[in-house]
Design a binder for this molecule. Structure first.
Ligand code: 5AD
Ligand code: FES
Length: 347
């Protein structure tokens, strides 16, 4: 097979994707990255959208084998920001001219439904921003009520499209159930985001190809392809970290397969490699999600160790990212950065 032939196809098969994930020659990788950048420019332009994240609690009642927030990690001091702290952080993000606020926490089914509803209400009444919820699996009625309160988007990564591995990583939970949640979220009008982790133990290249095809089938508005980073207080603490080149190749292929979706250059990519986020932005990504969780909480949102910018002052983040974006010849997006599928839809 020849890489340039695959890249000229309108739709890639699973076999094509697996082939692209195996390429090693520098000239082939360059061709792939150039194509991904071209597709990004065509569908997203040069804007890089910033989404300000507030990790408002690190409580979690799940047991994902890879995640440092898992319930059984008793060595992690747990926190929960109160409503005023969350609202103040949202105001701070808005002042930094970022128009999407991501409310994220571990997956804690007992976190107060009404409190989240009133936080969404107050943010939407006061600030002209889009809200993304990243709260794990909740019940369908809660999704509906939060949507009615003004939430715009929901981020729920499928993590892996291999249902056997999904059940192993998540202690018996079923992938199909996760997918039902994603489909439901979409059906009630959320812009949906999902995504996978590259380099998890026992994962194959076929699995990664399935991840990308699943994202296409789900017709997501945002797709996050992030690398696995072993977290010491988890059963996978001594496993190997993801390969940065494979993660970048998977990101590039995701852009080519999915076309008009938002793709973040993830914090995990920046943690794996000092220049990881810049590299991601050059091979298809068009979003960065700076962390605005205030001190002293931010160092305890430890999904994995040495998280990029963990000890930084959130005040410095905006300026640092703007500089990085300009130095790449790109622009900071000054809109809410809604789904490209909505924006580009013919009226
Ligand atoms: N490495 C990389 N990503 C991880 N996540 C959780 N643990 C890890 C890890 N060890 C990701 C999951 C989750 C998101 C909040 O963090 O994809 O959805
Ligand atoms: Fe936080 Fe650079 S992104 S300091």
């Amino acid at each position: 097979m020849v890489v340039s032939d695959i890249l000229n196809k309108e739709n890639l098969s699973k076999q094509d994707i697996v082939y692209l994930l195996t390429i090693m020659e520098e000239f082939e990788i360059k061709l792939l990255f150039a194509k991904a950048d071209e597709v990004r420019k065509k569908y997203c332009g040069d804007d890089i959208h910033l989404r300000g994240i507030i990790e408002f609690s690190n409580h979690c009642d799940q047991h994902c084998l890879y995640c440092g927030l898992r319930l059984h990690n008793k060595n992690l001091p747990r926190y929960r920001m109160n409503k005023d702290e969350i609202l103040n952080t949202a105001r701070f993000i808005f002042k930094a001219q970022i128009q999407t606020i991501v409310l994220q926490y571990g997956e804690y089914s007992f976190y107060d439904f009404y409190e989240i509803e009133s936080i969404i209400n107050e943010i939407k009444n006061e600030l002209d921003v889009a809200i993304t919820l990243s709260l794990g699996e909740r019940n369908f009625e809660e999704y509906e009520r939060w949507k009615a309160a003004g939430a715009d988007r929901f981020l729920l990564k499928h993590e892996t499209a291999n249902s056997k591995l999904y059940s192993i990583y998540h202690q018996g939970d079923e992938l199909e159930n996760r997918l039902n949640h994603l489909r439901y979220l979409k059906s009630i009008g959320y812009q949906t985001g999902s995504g996978n982790i590259v380099g998890l133990p026992d994962q194959t290249l076929e699995d990664i190809a399935d991840d990308l095809l699943l994202l296409k089938e789900l017709d997501v508005d945002m797709a996050s392809i992030s690398p696995f980073i072993p977290s010491p207080e988890t059963p996978y603490g001594s496993e190997a970290k993801a390969n940065i080149d494979l993660t970048l190749i998977a990101t590039a292929v995701a852009r080519i397969v999915l076309k008009d979706v938002h793709i973040p250059a993830t914090t995990a990519l920046g943690t794996l490699d000092e220049l990881g986020r810049e590299k991601g932005l050059k091979v298809g990504a068009n979003v960065i999600m700076p962390n605005y969780t205030p001190n002293p909480y931010r160092q305890n949102y430890q999904i994995y160790p040495d998280k990029k910018c963990i000890s930084d002052d959130p005040l410095a983040c905006g300026a640092c990212l703007t500089l990085m974006i300009k130095s790449m010849g790109r622009k900071v997006g000054r809109s809410k950065g809604h789904s490209l599928k909505i924006i580009n839809k013919p009226i």
